[in-house]
Design a protein around this ligand. Structure first.
Ligand code: ZN
Length: 284
Protein backbone atom coordinates (compact mmCIF):
# COMPACT_ATOMS: atom_id res chain seq x y z
CA UNK A 1 0.00 0.00 0.00
CA UNK A 2 0.99 3.59 -0.56
CA UNK A 3 -0.14 5.82 2.29
CA UNK A 4 -0.84 9.49 1.70
CA UNK A 5 -2.21 12.30 3.81
CA UNK A 6 -4.12 15.07 2.11
CA UNK A 7 -5.77 18.39 2.89
CA UNK A 8 -4.84 21.63 4.60
CA UNK A 9 -1.75 21.77 6.84
CA UNK A 10 -2.54 20.42 10.31
CA UNK A 11 -5.89 19.04 9.15
CA UNK A 12 -4.77 16.27 6.84
CA UNK A 13 -6.83 13.15 6.35
CA UNK A 14 -5.47 9.68 5.60
CA UNK A 15 -5.67 8.29 2.11
CA UNK A 16 -4.22 5.69 -0.22
CA UNK A 17 -2.55 6.11 -3.58
CA UNK A 18 -3.81 3.24 -5.73
CA UNK A 19 -1.81 1.44 -8.40
CA UNK A 20 -3.84 3.21 -11.11
CA UNK A 21 -2.70 6.56 -9.73
CA UNK A 22 -6.05 7.38 -8.17
CA UNK A 23 -6.04 8.79 -4.64
CA UNK A 24 -8.75 7.69 -2.25
CA UNK A 25 -9.92 8.90 1.15
CA UNK A 26 -9.80 6.20 3.84
CA UNK A 27 -10.78 8.40 6.77
CA UNK A 28 -13.86 6.19 7.24
CA UNK A 29 -11.50 3.48 8.47
CA UNK A 30 -8.47 5.32 9.86
CA UNK A 31 -8.08 8.46 12.00
CA UNK A 32 -4.49 9.16 11.03
CA UNK A 33 -1.19 7.45 10.25
CA UNK A 34 0.24 8.00 13.70
CA UNK A 35 1.81 6.08 16.57
CA UNK A 36 -1.50 4.51 17.55
CA UNK A 37 -2.19 3.41 13.97
CA UNK A 38 1.18 1.77 13.34
CA UNK A 39 1.49 0.35 16.86
CA UNK A 40 -2.03 -1.04 16.93
CA UNK A 41 -1.95 -3.20 13.82
CA UNK A 42 -3.49 -0.43 11.72
CA UNK A 43 -1.72 -1.41 8.50
CA UNK A 44 -3.10 -4.95 8.57
CA UNK A 45 -6.60 -3.75 9.44
CA UNK A 46 -6.54 -1.14 6.71
CA UNK A 47 -5.39 -3.69 4.14
CA UNK A 48 -8.26 -5.96 5.08
CA UNK A 49 -10.79 -3.12 5.12
CA UNK A 50 -9.68 -1.99 1.66
CA UNK A 51 -10.34 -5.48 0.37
CA UNK A 52 -14.08 -4.88 0.65
CA UNK A 53 -14.34 -1.08 0.67
CA UNK A 54 -11.91 0.23 -1.91
CA UNK A 55 -14.58 0.78 -4.57
CA UNK A 56 -16.72 2.97 -2.33
CA UNK A 57 -13.98 5.23 -0.93
CA UNK A 58 -14.29 8.88 -1.98
CA UNK A 59 -11.80 9.89 -4.65
CA UNK A 60 -9.41 12.71 -3.74
CA UNK A 61 -8.86 15.22 -6.53
CA UNK A 62 -5.34 15.56 -7.93
CA UNK A 63 -5.27 19.24 -7.03
CA UNK A 64 -5.73 18.63 -3.30
CA UNK A 65 -2.51 19.30 -1.38
CA UNK A 66 -0.52 16.33 -0.09
CA UNK A 67 0.63 16.60 3.51
CA UNK A 68 3.54 14.74 5.05
CA UNK A 69 2.79 11.05 4.46
CA UNK A 70 2.82 10.18 8.18
CA UNK A 71 1.54 12.15 11.18
CA UNK A 72 4.12 14.09 13.17
CA UNK A 73 6.28 11.37 14.76
CA UNK A 74 7.75 11.30 18.26
CA UNK A 75 11.18 11.46 16.64
CA UNK A 76 12.77 12.33 13.33
CA UNK A 77 16.21 10.76 13.62
CA UNK A 78 18.81 11.38 10.96
CA UNK A 79 22.00 9.59 10.07
CA UNK A 80 24.93 11.73 8.97
CA UNK A 81 27.73 10.88 6.55
CA UNK A 82 26.23 7.54 5.60
CA UNK A 83 27.48 7.52 2.01
CA UNK A 84 31.24 7.29 1.53
CA UNK A 85 31.41 9.89 -1.28
CA UNK A 86 29.30 12.35 0.70
CA UNK A 87 31.61 11.99 3.72
CA UNK A 88 34.50 12.73 1.36
CA UNK A 89 32.89 15.84 -0.17
CA UNK A 90 32.20 17.00 3.39
CA UNK A 91 35.91 16.61 4.19
CA UNK A 92 35.12 14.08 6.88
CA UNK A 93 36.20 10.49 7.39
CA UNK A 94 33.68 7.73 6.83
CA UNK A 95 32.32 7.08 10.34
CA UNK A 96 33.13 3.91 12.28
CA UNK A 97 29.74 4.05 14.00
CA UNK A 98 26.59 5.72 12.67
CA UNK A 99 26.53 9.50 13.16
CA UNK A 100 23.15 10.25 14.75
CA UNK A 101 21.35 13.54 15.09
CA UNK A 102 17.81 14.76 15.60
CA UNK A 103 15.80 17.08 13.46
CA UNK A 104 12.92 18.97 15.09
CA UNK A 105 9.62 17.40 14.06
CA UNK A 106 8.21 20.93 13.64
CA UNK A 107 10.30 21.09 10.44
CA UNK A 108 8.10 18.50 8.73
CA UNK A 109 5.99 19.64 5.77
CA UNK A 110 4.22 18.11 2.79
CA UNK A 111 6.26 16.87 -0.18
CA UNK A 112 5.41 19.76 -2.50
CA UNK A 113 5.04 22.54 0.04
CA UNK A 114 7.05 25.74 -0.25
CA UNK A 115 10.42 25.67 1.49
CA UNK A 116 11.50 28.80 3.33
CA UNK A 117 15.13 29.89 3.48
CA UNK A 118 15.31 30.97 7.13
CA UNK A 119 15.88 34.52 8.28
CA UNK A 120 19.59 35.46 7.96
CA UNK A 121 20.48 32.13 6.33
CA UNK A 122 23.34 32.21 3.83
CA UNK A 123 24.02 28.51 3.38
CA UNK A 124 20.78 26.58 2.93
CA UNK A 125 21.32 23.27 1.19
CA UNK A 126 19.49 20.14 0.00
CA UNK A 127 19.79 16.40 0.82
CA UNK A 128 17.66 13.72 -0.83
CA UNK A 129 17.29 10.70 1.48
CA UNK A 130 15.58 7.37 1.91
CA UNK A 131 13.64 7.43 5.18
CA UNK A 132 12.35 4.47 7.16
CA UNK A 133 9.09 4.48 9.14
CA UNK A 134 9.03 2.32 12.27
CA UNK A 135 6.10 -0.09 12.63
CA UNK A 136 6.37 -1.25 16.24
CA UNK A 137 8.10 -0.39 19.51
CA UNK A 138 11.76 -1.27 19.04
CA UNK A 139 14.12 -1.62 22.00
CA UNK A 140 17.35 -3.66 21.94
CA UNK A 141 16.49 -5.19 18.59
CA UNK A 142 19.00 -7.46 16.85
CA UNK A 143 20.07 -6.80 13.27
CA UNK A 144 18.54 -10.16 12.31
CA UNK A 145 15.12 -9.06 13.58
CA UNK A 146 15.35 -5.37 12.70
CA UNK A 147 13.34 -5.45 9.46
CA UNK A 148 10.31 -6.77 11.36
CA UNK A 149 10.17 -3.33 12.99
CA UNK A 150 9.98 -1.43 9.71
CA UNK A 151 6.52 -0.38 8.52
CA UNK A 152 7.71 1.15 5.28
CA UNK A 153 9.68 3.81 3.49
CA UNK A 154 9.31 7.35 2.24
CA UNK A 155 11.40 10.11 0.73
CA UNK A 156 12.82 12.91 2.85
CA UNK A 157 14.64 16.06 1.84
CA UNK A 158 16.92 16.79 4.79
CA UNK A 159 17.34 20.52 4.17
CA UNK A 160 20.33 21.87 6.06
CA UNK A 161 21.73 25.29 6.94
CA UNK A 162 25.46 24.60 6.72
CA UNK A 163 26.68 27.64 8.60
CA UNK A 164 24.41 26.87 11.54
CA UNK A 165 25.18 23.15 11.29
CA UNK A 166 28.95 23.41 11.08
CA UNK A 167 30.20 26.86 12.07
CA UNK A 168 28.10 27.78 15.08
CA UNK A 169 29.38 25.19 17.54
CA UNK A 170 27.90 22.13 19.18
CA UNK A 171 25.44 19.80 17.57
CA UNK A 172 24.09 19.83 14.03
CA UNK A 173 20.50 20.26 15.21
CA UNK A 174 20.42 24.05 14.73
CA UNK A 175 21.14 23.73 11.03
CA UNK A 176 18.69 20.91 10.51
CA UNK A 177 15.53 21.96 12.29
CA UNK A 178 14.37 25.16 10.60
CA UNK A 179 10.68 25.34 9.72
CA UNK A 180 9.93 23.61 6.38
CA UNK A 181 13.29 21.79 6.34
CA UNK A 182 11.78 18.29 6.28
CA UNK A 183 9.41 17.54 3.38
CA UNK A 184 8.19 13.93 3.77
CA UNK A 185 6.52 11.97 0.99
CA UNK A 186 4.71 12.01 -1.45
CA UNK A 187 3.70 8.66 0.09
CA UNK A 188 4.85 5.99 2.50
CA UNK A 189 5.26 2.67 0.74
CA UNK A 190 4.68 -0.32 2.99
CA UNK A 191 7.65 -2.65 3.36
CA UNK A 192 6.23 -5.26 0.95
CA UNK A 193 6.23 -2.68 -1.89
CA UNK A 194 10.00 -2.30 -1.93
CA UNK A 195 11.78 -5.53 -2.83
CA UNK A 196 15.23 -4.30 -1.80
CA UNK A 197 15.57 -0.91 -0.06
CA UNK A 198 19.33 -1.14 -0.52
CA UNK A 199 19.08 -0.97 -4.32
CA UNK A 200 17.11 2.22 -4.92
CA UNK A 201 18.21 5.02 -7.20
CA UNK A 202 17.83 8.46 -5.66
CA UNK A 203 18.30 11.83 -7.30
CA UNK A 204 17.83 15.55 -6.81
CA UNK A 205 17.77 18.46 -9.26
CA UNK A 206 18.16 22.12 -8.50
CA UNK A 207 16.66 24.32 -11.21
CA UNK A 208 16.66 21.37 -13.65
CA UNK A 209 20.35 20.59 -13.10
CA UNK A 210 21.05 17.15 -11.66
CA UNK A 211 22.96 17.53 -8.39
CA UNK A 212 22.54 14.21 -6.65
CA UNK A 213 22.31 10.92 -8.52
CA UNK A 214 23.19 7.83 -6.58
CA UNK A 215 21.88 4.57 -5.15
CA UNK A 216 21.12 3.31 -1.66
CA UNK A 217 23.50 0.46 -2.52
CA UNK A 218 26.23 2.92 -1.46
CA UNK A 219 24.92 3.22 2.12
CA UNK A 220 27.67 2.60 4.68
CA UNK A 221 25.27 1.43 7.42
CA UNK A 222 22.23 -0.37 6.06
CA UNK A 223 18.69 -0.30 7.43
CA UNK A 224 18.87 -3.34 9.76
CA UNK A 225 22.11 -2.00 11.19
CA UNK A 226 20.60 1.44 11.79
CA UNK A 227 17.37 0.20 13.38
CA UNK A 228 19.26 -2.19 15.64
CA UNK A 229 21.91 0.38 16.48
CA UNK A 230 19.47 3.15 17.39
CA UNK A 231 17.36 0.77 19.46
CA UNK A 232 20.35 0.16 21.77
CA UNK A 233 20.16 3.82 22.84
CA UNK A 234 16.46 4.66 22.79
CA UNK A 235 13.06 3.15 22.11
CA UNK A 236 11.91 3.65 18.56
CA UNK A 237 8.17 4.20 18.60
CA UNK A 238 5.65 3.26 15.92
CA UNK A 239 5.55 6.02 13.33
CA UNK A 240 9.05 7.31 14.12
CA UNK A 241 11.07 8.28 11.08
CA UNK A 242 14.73 7.46 10.51
CA UNK A 243 16.36 9.26 7.60
CA UNK A 244 19.28 7.21 6.36
CA UNK A 245 21.60 9.93 5.05
CA UNK A 246 22.31 11.64 1.77
CA UNK A 247 24.62 10.76 -1.11
CA UNK A 248 27.17 13.10 -2.67
CA UNK A 249 26.10 16.16 -4.61
CA UNK A 250 24.98 18.56 -1.91
CA UNK A 251 25.59 22.26 -2.53
CA UNK A 252 28.11 22.47 0.28
CA UNK A 253 30.29 19.93 -1.53
CA UNK A 254 30.38 21.87 -4.83
CA UNK A 255 33.52 23.80 -5.71
CA UNK A 256 32.86 26.59 -5.08
CA UNK A 257 29.91 25.76 -2.77
CA UNK A 258 26.39 26.48 -4.03
CA UNK A 259 23.51 27.31 -1.76
CA UNK A 260 19.81 27.78 -2.31
CA UNK A 261 18.36 31.08 -3.40
CA UNK A 262 14.90 32.63 -3.50
CA UNK A 263 13.06 31.30 -6.55
CA UNK A 264 14.88 27.96 -6.73
CA UNK A 265 12.97 24.84 -7.65
CA UNK A 266 14.16 21.61 -6.06
CA UNK A 267 12.95 18.30 -7.49
CA UNK A 268 13.82 14.91 -6.11
CA UNK A 269 12.95 11.25 -6.33
CA UNK A 270 13.67 7.87 -4.86
CA UNK A 271 12.97 4.76 -6.94
CA UNK A 272 9.65 3.25 -5.83
CA UNK A 273 8.88 6.19 -3.55
CA UNK A 274 7.79 8.80 -6.06
CA UNK A 275 9.06 12.30 -6.65
CA UNK A 276 8.39 15.74 -5.23
CA UNK A 277 9.00 19.37 -6.08
CA UNK A 278 9.64 22.22 -3.69
CA UNK A 279 9.62 25.91 -4.54
CA UNK A 280 12.04 27.88 -2.44
CA UNK A 281 11.40 31.38 -1.07
CA UNK A 282 13.29 33.60 1.32
CA UNK A 283 11.84 34.28 4.76
CA UNK A 284 9.89 37.48 4.81
ZN1 ZN B 1 20.90 14.25 5.94
Amino acid sequence: MKLIRFGEPGREKPGILLENGKRIDVSAAVTDYDEKFFGGGGLERLREWLGTNVATCPVVSDNVRLGPCVARPSKLICIGLNYAKHAKESNMDAPKEPVVFFKATSAIIGPNDTVIIPKSSRKSDWEVELAVVIGKHASYVSEADAMDYVAGYCMHNDYSEREWQLERGGQWVKGKSCDTFAPLGPFMATRDEIADPHKLKLWLKRNDIMRQNSSTSDLIFNIPTLVSYLSQFMSLLPGDVISTGTPEGVGHGCKPPQYMADGDVIELGVEGLGSSKQHVVSYS
